[in-house]
Write a protein of this length. Structure first.
Length: 143
């Protein structure tokens, strides 16, 4: 028996369905990480990418975020193009050191034991934000 009534056969075409609560077109993925993805129309894909790229982290991290939330055909190529053409990232890349700083082998044993703090910006309409990454659960917090 299906938990979500919107997944009835009459409303489910090859994994696509209309969510009965939000009336949004969804895609039921067979991936383990996220099973229900929002289908983003072409006109909103740039906004979706922009919202996922707010921290201006690299392609792999942004793609993971996009991949776990949204669905459209060619999402990886669009994400790659978006990240590689981001003016903020291009401008700041030249300021980044060519080599990453030495990494330690510290293993966190409790929340907040080993964190990474970074200031990102300036961001459109936000100015600067403080990001905190907790290495225990790899959760990012934006302040
Ligand atoms: Zn960027």
């Amino acid at each position: 028996m299906l938990k979500n009534p919107s997944l009835k056969d009459s409303n489910n075409i090859r994994g696509f369905y209309i969510d009965y609560r939000t009336h949004i077109l969804m895609f039921k993925s067979h991936r383990k990480s996220q099973s229900e993805l929002i289908v983003v129309p072409k006109s909103l894909q740039h906004k979706a990418l922009d919202s996922c790229h707010i921290s201006h982290t690299g392609l792999d991290k942004i793609y993971q975020i996009v991949h776990n939330r949204y669905y459209w055909k060619g999402v990886y190529m669009d994400t790659e193009t978006f990240v590689l053409s981001c003016e903020h990232c291009i401008k700041n890349k030249s300021l980044m050191p060519n080599h990453a700083p030495p990494q330690s082998n510290r293993i966190p044993t409790r929340p907040g034991h080993y964190i990474s703090v970074d200031v990102k910006g300036p961001l459109p309409n936000l100015g600067y934000i403080l990001t905190v990454l907790d290495f225990l659960n790899m959760l990012s917090y934006i302040l």
